[in-house]
Design a binder for this molecule. Structure first.
Ligand code: F6P
Length: 343
Protein backbone atom coordinates (compact mmCIF):
# COMPACT_ATOMS: atom_id res chain seq x y z
CA UNK A 1 0.00 0.00 0.00
CA UNK A 2 1.37 3.42 -0.95
CA UNK A 3 -0.16 6.57 0.50
CA UNK A 4 0.33 10.09 -0.85
CA UNK A 5 0.15 13.19 1.37
CA UNK A 6 -0.30 16.84 0.54
CA UNK A 7 -0.83 20.09 2.44
CA UNK A 8 -2.77 22.82 0.59
CA UNK A 9 -4.06 26.35 1.14
CA UNK A 10 -2.72 28.79 3.71
CA UNK A 11 -0.22 27.06 5.98
CA UNK A 12 -0.92 26.78 9.69
CA UNK A 13 0.85 25.49 12.79
CA UNK A 14 0.28 21.75 13.24
CA UNK A 15 0.61 20.59 9.62
CA UNK A 16 3.91 18.88 10.36
CA UNK A 17 2.40 17.16 13.40
CA UNK A 18 -0.22 15.53 11.12
CA UNK A 19 2.44 14.41 8.63
CA UNK A 20 4.55 12.92 11.42
CA UNK A 21 1.61 11.03 12.98
CA UNK A 22 0.43 9.65 9.62
CA UNK A 23 3.88 8.39 8.66
CA UNK A 24 4.79 7.03 12.11
CA UNK A 25 1.54 5.08 12.47
CA UNK A 26 1.39 3.99 8.84
CA UNK A 27 4.96 2.64 8.75
CA UNK A 28 5.07 1.14 12.26
CA UNK A 29 1.68 -0.57 12.31
CA UNK A 30 0.88 -1.22 8.65
CA UNK A 31 4.21 -1.14 6.78
CA UNK A 32 2.75 1.39 4.30
CA UNK A 33 4.94 3.40 1.93
CA UNK A 34 4.52 7.18 1.81
CA UNK A 35 5.20 9.87 -0.68
CA UNK A 36 4.77 13.57 -0.04
CA UNK A 37 3.51 15.81 -2.83
CA UNK A 38 4.99 19.31 -2.99
CA UNK A 39 3.01 22.54 -2.62
CA UNK A 40 -0.60 21.42 -2.30
CA UNK A 41 -2.41 20.33 -5.45
CA UNK A 42 0.50 21.61 -7.54
CA UNK A 43 2.41 18.45 -6.53
CA UNK A 44 0.10 15.81 -8.01
CA UNK A 45 -0.62 18.14 -10.92
CA UNK A 46 3.04 18.41 -11.89
CA UNK A 47 4.19 15.06 -10.54
CA UNK A 48 6.42 16.66 -7.95
CA UNK A 49 6.88 14.26 -5.02
CA UNK A 50 9.43 12.57 -2.79
CA UNK A 51 9.51 9.56 -0.46
CA UNK A 52 8.56 10.07 3.19
CA UNK A 53 9.80 7.72 5.88
CA UNK A 54 10.25 7.84 9.65
CA UNK A 55 13.67 9.58 9.55
CA UNK A 56 12.15 12.24 7.25
CA UNK A 57 9.53 13.15 9.88
CA UNK A 58 11.73 13.11 12.96
CA UNK A 59 11.90 16.39 14.88
CA UNK A 60 9.09 18.11 12.98
CA UNK A 61 6.35 17.95 15.66
CA UNK A 62 7.03 21.45 17.09
CA UNK A 63 7.91 23.05 13.75
CA UNK A 64 5.48 25.51 12.17
CA UNK A 65 4.78 25.59 8.43
CA UNK A 66 4.85 22.38 6.41
CA UNK A 67 7.79 20.30 5.23
CA UNK A 68 5.78 19.59 2.06
CA UNK A 69 5.21 23.22 1.14
CA UNK A 70 1.78 24.62 0.30
CA UNK A 71 -0.02 26.61 -2.37
CA UNK A 72 -3.51 27.70 -3.32
CA UNK A 73 -3.32 25.87 -6.67
CA UNK A 74 -6.77 24.95 -7.96
CA UNK A 75 -6.30 21.94 -10.25
CA UNK A 76 -9.95 22.07 -11.34
CA UNK A 77 -9.22 25.35 -13.10
CA UNK A 78 -6.30 23.87 -15.05
CA UNK A 79 -6.87 22.46 -18.51
CA UNK A 80 -6.67 18.69 -18.09
CA UNK A 81 -6.03 19.12 -14.35
CA UNK A 82 -7.97 16.04 -13.29
CA UNK A 83 -6.43 13.85 -15.99
CA UNK A 84 -2.91 14.98 -15.03
CA UNK A 85 -3.53 14.28 -11.34
CA UNK A 86 -4.88 10.81 -12.06
CA UNK A 87 -1.96 10.02 -14.35
CA UNK A 88 0.61 11.15 -11.81
CA UNK A 89 -1.04 9.22 -8.97
CA UNK A 90 -1.02 6.11 -11.19
CA UNK A 91 2.63 6.69 -12.20
CA UNK A 92 3.61 7.02 -8.52
CA UNK A 93 1.53 3.92 -7.70
CA UNK A 94 -0.40 5.83 -5.06
CA UNK A 95 -3.35 3.85 -3.67
CA UNK A 96 -4.76 6.56 -1.40
CA UNK A 97 -4.25 10.27 -0.85
CA UNK A 98 -4.40 12.05 2.51
CA UNK A 99 -5.30 15.67 1.85
CA UNK A 100 -4.63 18.17 4.63
CA UNK A 101 -6.35 21.47 3.92
CA UNK A 102 -9.16 23.92 4.45
CA UNK A 103 -12.39 24.56 2.57
CA UNK A 104 -10.80 24.96 -0.87
CA UNK A 105 -8.24 22.14 -0.76
CA UNK A 106 -10.80 19.72 0.71
CA UNK A 107 -13.41 20.88 -1.79
CA UNK A 108 -11.12 19.68 -4.58
CA UNK A 109 -10.58 16.36 -2.74
CA UNK A 110 -14.36 15.91 -2.41
CA UNK A 111 -14.89 16.43 -6.14
CA UNK A 112 -11.97 14.22 -7.15
CA UNK A 113 -13.40 11.48 -4.97
CA UNK A 114 -17.07 11.85 -5.93
CA UNK A 115 -16.66 12.51 -9.64
CA UNK A 116 -13.42 10.71 -10.50
CA UNK A 117 -13.04 7.96 -7.90
CA UNK A 118 -9.77 9.27 -6.43
CA UNK A 119 -9.38 7.61 -3.00
CA UNK A 120 -9.04 10.60 -0.68
CA UNK A 121 -9.16 11.08 3.09
CA UNK A 122 -9.33 14.67 4.35
CA UNK A 123 -7.79 16.34 7.41
CA UNK A 124 -9.18 19.79 8.30
CA UNK A 125 -6.78 22.64 8.99
CA UNK A 126 -7.12 26.40 9.12
CA UNK A 127 -6.41 29.13 11.61
CA UNK A 128 -9.88 30.51 10.74
CA UNK A 129 -11.74 27.60 12.45
CA UNK A 130 -14.56 28.08 9.93
CA UNK A 131 -15.27 24.46 8.91
CA UNK A 132 -18.70 23.46 10.21
CA UNK A 133 -18.07 19.71 10.30
CA UNK A 134 -15.49 19.88 13.09
CA UNK A 135 -15.59 21.53 16.52
CA UNK A 136 -12.05 22.85 15.99
CA UNK A 137 -9.42 22.93 13.29
CA UNK A 138 -5.78 22.84 14.34
CA UNK A 139 -3.90 26.10 13.86
CA UNK A 140 -6.74 28.10 15.40
CA UNK A 141 -5.58 27.77 19.00
CA UNK A 142 -2.05 28.91 18.12
CA UNK A 143 -3.39 31.91 16.18
CA UNK A 144 -5.61 32.89 19.12
CA UNK A 145 -2.66 32.64 21.53
CA UNK A 146 -0.51 34.83 19.29
CA UNK A 147 -3.27 37.43 18.91
CA UNK A 148 -3.99 37.39 22.66
CA UNK A 149 -0.35 37.99 23.49
CA UNK A 150 -0.30 40.90 21.04
CA UNK A 151 -3.41 42.41 22.65
CA UNK A 152 -1.85 42.05 26.13
CA UNK A 153 1.19 43.95 24.89
CA UNK A 154 -0.85 46.62 23.14
CA UNK A 155 -2.76 47.40 26.36
CA UNK A 156 0.37 48.77 28.04
CA UNK A 157 1.50 50.95 25.14
CA UNK A 158 -2.07 52.20 24.59
CA UNK A 159 -2.29 53.16 28.30
CA UNK A 160 1.06 54.95 28.24
CA UNK A 161 -0.04 57.24 25.41
CA UNK A 162 -3.80 57.18 26.08
CA UNK A 163 -4.40 56.22 22.46
CA UNK A 164 -6.86 53.96 20.73
CA UNK A 165 -5.20 50.80 19.43
CA UNK A 166 -7.00 48.95 16.66
CA UNK A 167 -5.83 45.35 16.15
CA UNK A 168 -6.76 43.70 12.84
CA UNK A 169 -6.78 39.90 12.97
CA UNK A 170 -7.31 37.24 10.29
CA UNK A 171 -10.21 34.81 10.01
CA UNK A 172 -11.58 35.51 6.53
CA UNK A 173 -15.42 35.66 6.75
CA UNK A 174 -15.63 34.22 10.26
CA UNK A 175 -14.93 36.09 13.48
CA UNK A 176 -13.52 33.23 15.58
CA UNK A 177 -10.00 34.57 16.00
CA UNK A 178 -11.30 38.06 16.81
CA UNK A 179 -13.87 36.76 19.30
CA UNK A 180 -11.58 34.37 21.18
CA UNK A 181 -8.50 36.61 21.30
CA UNK A 182 -10.57 39.73 22.01
CA UNK A 183 -12.32 38.06 24.93
CA UNK A 184 -9.10 36.53 26.26
CA UNK A 185 -7.17 39.78 25.84
CA UNK A 186 -9.83 42.01 27.42
CA UNK A 187 -10.53 44.07 24.31
CA UNK A 188 -13.01 46.93 24.70
CA UNK A 189 -14.59 46.41 21.29
CA UNK A 190 -14.64 43.26 19.14
CA UNK A 191 -15.90 43.50 15.56
CA UNK A 192 -16.67 40.35 13.57
CA UNK A 193 -17.91 39.71 10.01
CA UNK A 194 -21.10 38.09 11.32
CA UNK A 195 -22.36 41.36 12.86
CA UNK A 196 -22.18 44.56 10.84
CA UNK A 197 -20.94 47.37 13.06
CA UNK A 198 -22.22 50.87 13.66
CA UNK A 199 -19.40 53.45 13.69
CA UNK A 200 -21.26 55.73 16.09
CA UNK A 201 -21.67 52.84 18.53
CA UNK A 202 -17.95 51.92 18.20
CA UNK A 203 -16.98 55.55 18.88
CA UNK A 204 -19.34 55.56 21.88
CA UNK A 205 -17.53 52.54 23.37
CA UNK A 206 -14.16 54.18 22.69
CA UNK A 207 -15.21 57.42 24.38
CA UNK A 208 -16.67 55.67 27.42
CA UNK A 209 -13.40 53.77 27.88
CA UNK A 210 -11.47 57.06 27.89
CA UNK A 211 -13.98 58.52 30.35
CA UNK A 212 -13.03 55.71 32.74
CA UNK A 213 -9.39 56.82 32.28
CA UNK A 214 -8.32 53.78 30.31
CA UNK A 215 -7.20 53.43 26.69
CA UNK A 216 -9.38 51.31 24.40
CA UNK A 217 -8.29 48.27 22.41
CA UNK A 218 -10.48 47.56 19.39
CA UNK A 219 -10.12 44.09 17.85
CA UNK A 220 -11.43 43.93 14.30
CA UNK A 221 -11.63 40.84 12.10
CA UNK A 222 -10.33 41.40 8.57
CA UNK A 223 -13.78 40.52 7.18
CA UNK A 224 -15.79 42.86 9.45
CA UNK A 225 -18.04 45.37 7.68
CA UNK A 226 -19.68 48.67 8.67
CA UNK A 227 -23.49 48.78 8.72
CA UNK A 228 -23.78 51.05 5.73
CA UNK A 229 -20.82 49.82 3.72
CA UNK A 230 -19.04 46.82 2.27
CA UNK A 231 -15.72 45.04 2.86
CA UNK A 232 -12.92 47.58 3.37
CA UNK A 233 -10.01 46.37 1.24
CA UNK A 234 -6.46 47.61 0.81
CA UNK A 235 -6.19 45.79 -2.51
CA UNK A 236 -9.60 45.01 -4.00
CA UNK A 237 -8.06 43.60 -7.18
CA UNK A 238 -6.07 40.82 -5.47
CA UNK A 239 -7.77 37.40 -5.71
CA UNK A 240 -6.47 33.83 -5.31
CA UNK A 241 -7.12 30.97 -7.74
CA UNK A 242 -10.24 29.94 -5.82
CA UNK A 243 -11.66 33.44 -6.39
CA UNK A 244 -11.24 34.73 -2.82
CA UNK A 245 -10.46 38.41 -2.48
CA UNK A 246 -7.39 39.28 -0.35
CA UNK A 247 -8.78 40.69 2.89
CA UNK A 248 -7.16 43.41 5.05
CA UNK A 249 -7.57 47.15 5.27
CA UNK A 250 -10.46 47.56 7.68
CA UNK A 251 -8.09 48.16 10.65
CA UNK A 252 -6.39 51.18 9.03
CA UNK A 253 -9.71 52.59 7.87
CA UNK A 254 -11.31 52.15 11.29
CA UNK A 255 -8.48 53.89 13.16
CA UNK A 256 -8.80 56.91 10.84
CA UNK A 257 -12.59 57.02 11.31
CA UNK A 258 -12.31 56.74 15.10
CA UNK A 259 -9.63 59.46 15.21
CA UNK A 260 -11.62 61.91 13.12
CA UNK A 261 -14.92 61.24 14.93
CA UNK A 262 -13.65 61.18 18.55
CA UNK A 263 -10.60 63.45 18.29
CA UNK A 264 -8.54 60.75 20.05
CA UNK A 265 -5.26 59.60 18.57
CA UNK A 266 -5.53 56.11 17.07
CA UNK A 267 -3.04 53.56 15.70
CA UNK A 268 -3.45 50.23 13.92
CA UNK A 269 -1.60 46.93 14.28
CA UNK A 270 -2.25 44.41 11.51
CA UNK A 271 -1.14 41.03 12.86
CA UNK A 272 -1.22 39.34 9.45
CA UNK A 273 0.82 36.20 8.86
CA UNK A 274 2.44 36.30 12.30
CA UNK A 275 -0.77 34.49 13.34
CA UNK A 276 0.12 31.58 11.07
CA UNK A 277 3.82 31.31 11.78
CA UNK A 278 5.98 29.56 14.31
CA UNK A 279 5.55 26.66 16.66
CA UNK A 280 2.07 25.17 17.28
CA UNK A 281 0.45 25.35 20.72
CA UNK A 282 0.20 22.16 22.80
CA UNK A 283 -3.51 21.88 21.89
CA UNK A 284 -2.79 22.14 18.16
CA UNK A 285 -0.01 19.53 18.36
CA UNK A 286 -2.39 17.23 20.23
CA UNK A 287 -5.29 17.74 17.80
CA UNK A 288 -3.11 17.49 14.67
CA UNK A 289 -1.49 14.29 15.96
CA UNK A 290 -4.87 12.70 16.68
CA UNK A 291 -6.19 13.75 13.25
CA UNK A 292 -3.14 12.11 11.65
CA UNK A 293 -3.67 8.84 13.53
CA UNK A 294 -7.36 8.76 12.59
CA UNK A 295 -6.65 9.61 8.94
CA UNK A 296 -4.39 6.59 8.57
CA UNK A 297 -7.04 4.47 10.32
CA UNK A 298 -9.55 5.58 7.64
CA UNK A 299 -7.08 4.52 4.93
CA UNK A 300 -6.60 1.15 6.64
CA UNK A 301 -10.40 0.68 6.68
CA UNK A 302 -10.73 1.70 3.01
CA UNK A 303 -13.09 4.44 4.20
CA UNK A 304 -12.50 6.99 1.43
CA UNK A 305 -14.33 10.23 0.69
CA UNK A 306 -14.26 11.03 4.40
CA UNK A 307 -12.73 13.72 6.58
CA UNK A 308 -11.64 13.32 10.20
CA UNK A 309 -13.32 15.76 12.57
CA UNK A 310 -13.36 16.61 16.27
CA UNK A 311 -16.75 16.18 17.96
CA UNK A 312 -16.51 16.73 21.69
CA UNK A 313 -13.64 14.50 22.86
CA UNK A 314 -13.93 12.15 19.88
CA UNK A 315 -12.36 12.13 16.45
CA UNK A 316 -15.03 10.95 14.02
CA UNK A 317 -15.30 10.59 10.22
CA UNK A 318 -17.70 12.70 8.18
CA UNK A 319 -18.34 12.80 4.41
CA UNK A 320 -15.76 15.02 2.68
CA UNK A 321 -18.57 16.96 1.00
CA UNK A 322 -19.96 17.91 4.42
CA UNK A 323 -16.63 19.48 5.34
CA UNK A 324 -17.09 22.22 2.79
CA UNK A 325 -20.86 22.50 2.67
CA UNK A 326 -21.35 25.27 5.22
CA UNK A 327 -19.15 27.94 6.74
CA UNK A 328 -19.03 27.84 10.55
CA UNK A 329 -19.65 31.36 11.76
CA UNK A 330 -19.89 33.00 15.18
CA UNK A 331 -23.46 32.60 16.54
CA UNK A 332 -25.34 35.66 17.83
CA UNK A 333 -25.44 34.30 21.39
CA UNK A 334 -21.65 34.00 21.64
CA UNK A 335 -21.18 37.52 20.33
CA UNK A 336 -23.77 38.78 22.82
CA UNK A 337 -21.66 37.31 25.65
CA UNK A 338 -18.62 39.26 24.45
CA UNK A 339 -20.60 42.52 24.28
CA UNK A 340 -20.80 42.51 28.10
CA UNK A 341 -17.24 43.84 28.11
CA UNK A 342 -17.51 46.50 25.38
CA UNK A 343 -16.89 50.12 26.26
O1 F6P B 1 -7.42 31.04 5.58
C1 F6P B 1 -6.31 31.41 6.32
C2 F6P B 1 -5.93 32.84 6.06
O2 F6P B 1 -4.82 33.15 6.88
C3 F6P B 1 -7.05 33.86 6.26
O3 F6P B 1 -7.29 34.16 7.61
C4 F6P B 1 -6.53 35.02 5.45
O4 F6P B 1 -7.57 35.85 4.97
C5 F6P B 1 -5.84 34.34 4.29
O5 F6P B 1 -5.54 33.03 4.72
C6 F6P B 1 -4.58 35.02 3.84
O6 F6P B 1 -4.13 34.37 2.70
P1 F6P B 1 -2.68 34.52 2.07
O7 F6P B 1 -1.77 33.61 2.84
O8 F6P B 1 -2.87 34.07 0.68
O9 F6P B 1 -2.27 35.95 2.22
Amino acid sequence: MRVGLLTGGGDCPGLNAVIRAVVRKGVQDHAYDFIGYRDGWRGPLQGSASRLDIPAVRGILPRGGTILGSSRTNPLKEPDGVRRIRENLAKDEVDALIVIGGEDTLGVAARLHEEHGVRCVGVPKTIDNDLSATDYTFGFDTAVNIATEAIDRLHTTAESHMRVLVVEVMGRHAGWIALHSGLAGGANVILVPEQRFDLDEVCGWVTSRFRASYAPIVVVAEGAMPKDGDLVLKDAAAHDSFGHVRLSGVGEWLAKEIESRTGKEARTTVLGHVQRGGTPSAFDRWLATRFGLHAIAAVRDGDYGRMVALRGPDVVRVPLGEATARLKTVPDALYAEARTFFG
